[in-house]
Design a protein around this ligand. Structure first.
Ligand code: KG4
Ligand code: ZN
Length: 338
């Protein structure tokens, strides 16, 4: 079954052609990072305008690279929400028009479900239920996921998402947007034990997260000690690499601890991590160590399927279709922000 996936929930205009939810025929992502970068975050109005400009060329390119035409498609899938409504509407409206003109079903997909289904896009397919950490700019949560792709929420963040903490602290340091990658890069040359930042673990069996205390601690640290020493500002009192590594370590510790806790609590022998923050090098390394030590199987999608992309949307649509069959006409479906 051939599905065209479309994703425009934030600042990537993406389209992909995927066969049977796992064979990727094309994967096109037009990033708007250079456009939002100077503002230190996504400007919603600018994002919508750029999506409008990019959407048709991106869809055309996805079909061309897959060496398929519209009439080969069995369905068109698009992200419905959560995300920026103005941005979502561009992809969803294009998907509706295309589905209508090709007389194929439109499959609306929840962005988080898209991230979760990326767990099926690594080399090996999950062969049993798994604990899935969904960790992105807007969300941090744990799910129990069946091999059918059906997911049940186990616990989520009480306040900020992990990606949000990365982005906000990177902004305070003035090291660029998106902040997660910038901190990941700086951290690779730093000491993760240099500074002790708080880890919110809650009660022994809690699967909830909180990153607002860590964010405040990092901001207070910068206020108290001033700007860190870096290649461009050698005069600082502490190393930007050590700061980045220590801050990152606090986030990674919590994410890994809670993922393993979820697996233990529900007797799961498999774990996965998905979403933009799952691209983090240290998180991937620590998950591999802990999973190895516990003789658990780890499913980590390649980095290109962790950050926003349309392959995961087509993949989620396929599994939804297999689980519940085609729905009736969905051309009146609306985008939603949260
Ligand atoms: O999934 P995603 O692309 O978009 C959302 O759905 O939010 O995730 C974006 C988030 C941003 O907060 C970004 O800073 C973070 O993922 N991120 C990373 C890395 N790459 C992206 N965080 C830590 N380490 C990375 N290498
Ligand atoms: Zn996302």
């Amino acid at each position: 079954m051939l599905i065209l996936g479309i994703e425009t929930s934030c600042d990537e205009t993406a389209a992909a052609v995927v066969e049977d939810g796992k064979t990727v025929l094309s994967n096109v992502v037009a990033s708007q990072v250079p456009i939002h970068g100077p503002y230190g975050g996504v400007v919603p109005e600018l994002a919508s305008r750029k999506h409008l400009e990019y959407i048709i060329p991106v869809i055309d390119m996805a079909l061309k690279r897959a060496q398929r035409s519209g009439k080969d498609l069995d369905a068109v899938a698009a992200t419905r929400g959560p995300g920026l409504v103005g941005a979502l509407l561009v992809g969803l409206s294009a998907a509706k028009a295309l589905a209508y003109s090709l007389a194929v079903p439109l499959i609306p997909v929840n962005h988080l479900d898209g991230h979760i289904q990326a767990a099926f896009l690594g080399g090996e397919q999950p062969d049993g239920p798994f604990a899935c950490l969904v960790v992105s700019g807007g969300h941090t949560a744990l799910y129990r996921v069946e091999t059918s792709g059906a997911a049940e929420l186990l616990g989520a963040t009480r306040d900020d998402a992990a990606g949000e903490a990365f982005d906000k602290v990177a902004k305070l340091l003035g090291i660029g947007y998106p902040g997660g990658i910038a901190i990941d890069n700086l951290a690779s040359a730093g000491n993760p034990d240099a500074f002790n930042f708080p880890r919110a673990l809650f009660e022994k069996d809690s699967l909830e997260f909180s990153f607002s205390g860590l964010k405040t601690a990092a901001a207070n640290f910068i206020r108290a000690h001033g700007e860190p020493a870096s290649e461009t500002y050698p005069g600082g009192a502490y190393s930007i690499h050590d700061f980045a590594a220590s801050f990152q370590e606090a986030i990674v510790d919590v994410l890994v601890t809670k993922t393993m806790r979820a697996a233990d609590r529900f007797g799961l022998r498999r774990v996965a991590a998905v979403g933009g923050v799952a691209a983090n090098g240290r998180l991937r390394q620590k998950l591999a160590e802990r999973a190895g030590a516990g003789e658990m199987k780890l499913f980590l999608p390649p980095v290109r399927f962790c950050t926003d992309n349309a392959v995961m949307i087509a993949s989620a649509a396929y599994r939804m279709w297999v689980r519940s069959g085609p729905s009736g006409s969905l051309l009146d479906v609306d985008a939603f922000s949260r």
